[in-house]
Design a protein around this ligand. Structure first.
Ligand SMILES: [Zn+2]
Length: 278
């Protein structure tokens, strides 16, 4: 647990999954990226799934991992390893699913929004956190429920429609305050309405960077995922954001890093690196 003014931050985990290493690093050649994240025999790199809990005026969960609804074929393709998943992490932190009042999505890809829903014993789908209002960006929602050929593999309607049908969905616009000390900030890039979460006020600031900087290996500007729909937007936002994060000493949470939950981005002799915080 990390304390930030009057907010408590609890890094969580929904396990691990694997994505194609080439796709994770875009234009960066394999001899460079495999030194940072080694590939398996199927050219996949292991990634974390790290939702973040924030306790303040309300109890807020940011993203929820993949969840337990993926069919066996996709569990194999994505190498999903949920032997230790979000329920375990919440239990370890002493938090019950009923304690979560707000569930906020950085964006609605399956590896971020899958865990907002769960399957009933009778096979139906229901919100996983019974008391939570689920927040998503309005534009992101519209794109997610009408995916195209390029976005269809990432936006799974089974992760989305049950939230709307249960009446727990609430849509937000650009850069809204979620609760005192917590606001979203639209980055674009990864998806048109992808948002990061700025946490804290006055003194220290933490940032849930979501897929803007998915791992500590993505801090350098051109290390941008091929999954990004608008990579030049990612580049522009990231260039400014990384500068800001270094200068203002933001504590940055890396949602997909396999090892490091959070740290400070530092720069020495023109080289950027992450100083891990445990
Ligand atoms: Zn992701």
């Amino acid at each position: 647990m990390i304390r930030l003014d009057d907010l408590e931050l609890v890094p969580l985990s929904d396990g691990f999954f694997r994505l194609d290493g080439g796709a994770m690093f875009g234009v960066v050649p394999k001899p460079l990226w495999e030194r940072r994240l080694p590939a398996d025999a199927r050219n996949r790199v292991t990634l974390g799934l790290r939702p973040l809990l924030v306790r303040g005026a309300r109890t807020l969960l940011i993203d929820a991992g993949i969840g337990d609804k993926m069919p066996d074929k996709l569990v194999d393709i994505y190498g999903i390893d949920r032997r230790r998943h979000l329920d375990h992490a919440l239990e370890d932190a002493g938090i019950a699913p009923e304690d979560i009042e707000v569930a906020l999505a950085s964006h609605l890809h399956f590896d971020h929004a899958g865990g907002f829903t769960a399957r009933d014993r009778d096979g139906g789908l229901r919100p996983r956190f019974p008391r939570a209002t689920c927040l998503a960006h309005r534009g992101e929602w519209d794109e997610a429920i009408q995916p195209n050929e390029r976005t269809r593999a990432s936006y799974l309607t089974e992760n989305l429609l049950p939230l709307r049908d249960a009446g727990v969905l609430q849509l937000v616009d650009d850069d809204e305050e979620i609760m005192p000390g917590v606001r979203v900030r639209r980055t674009g890039g990864h998806t048109k309405h992808h948002q990061i979460v700025m946490i804290g006020s006055g003194g220290r600031t933490a940032v849930f960077a979501a897929d803007l900087i998915p791992t500590t290996a993505h801090v350098d500007e051109p290390w941008i995922m091929s999954y990004d729909l608008y990579p030049l937007e990612t580049l522009a936002f990231k260039r400014a954001f990384v500068r800001e994060a270094i200068d203002r000493e933001y504590l940055v949470f890396f949602e997909h890093d396999p090892r490091v939950a959070c740290g400070y981005i530092r720069e020495r002799d023109g080289k950027k690196f992450v100083e891990e915080v445990r």
